[in-house]
Design a protein around this ligand. Sequence first.
Ligand code: HSE
Length: 309
Amino acid sequence: MRNSATAFAPATVGNVGIGFDILGHTVEAIGDRVQVTRTATPGVTIKAITGVATELPLETARNTAGQALKSLAEAQRLDFGFEMTIDKGIPLGSGLGGSAASAVAAVVAGNALLATPLSKLELLKFAMQGEAVASGSVHVDNIAPSLFGGLVLTVGIDHPRTKQIPVPPGIRAVLVHPHMFLSTKEARRILSKSVALSDLVWQCANLAGFISACYTNDLDMIRDAFEDVIVEPQRQALIPGFKAVKQAAMQNGALGCSISGAGPTTFAWCLAADAERIQAAMVSAFGAHGLESDHWISAIEATGARVID
Ligand code: HSE
């Protein structure tokens, strides 16, 4: 049996605009790595946090990766323990699913050290316990794609079922992360608890249209359906320049543009040939609002978290 394993879990775009809390996709260009080593004493400890975000709690129950692996170890009643080192590749408060990726990488690495490893579906619920520490609520739109890979829809919380949705060939996601911090808890707190029936109907139509268009490679339908009428209008004021950035993406041929997860990263879907131009326009629009940014262009590959060492 292995004594140590390192897992990589990719960043994710939560919501994908129209699927608040239930739809997300991977961004393979960046991610978190967690190394887990067996210890003789039961329990989970965090040895170190390195990388682009080190100001995170080392206390297991307050750390997303720590809590995720702790819940796995307790459910399995393990007679040994785990020590972990977390290497953050995803900036904090960026809207790129950093807390989810750490939780996913932790359970995937820990799972590799079990005598009888669990399935990814079984790991999902433990990773969800970790994500809840960071965002204050259980949601799966970052966890599920980071774990399974690609564009993933999740139905249910207590007994979640996931579905990998095919992405039409040639699609790229352009991600632009302006240099500011946005708290997921705060971006959730400001949301209205009620929704107009007409908006609900519109959003349901868009989500259903988007997913069916992905199955049928219908890019016109994707473009028409790619509009979040509920959450984006409430959150856009939290991101300086968001409207201009979205306009820049759409004017340059994007199929859609919205907030990645809770933001401030803003993403666009487009064809590969348009990606560089759209990225430059989005970066420039954030720049005009005084924000420097990091940026990535990513295919949406159906490769999720995996053991890398
Ligand atoms: N679906 C979540 C939200 C993602 O938008 O609040 C953030 O973790």
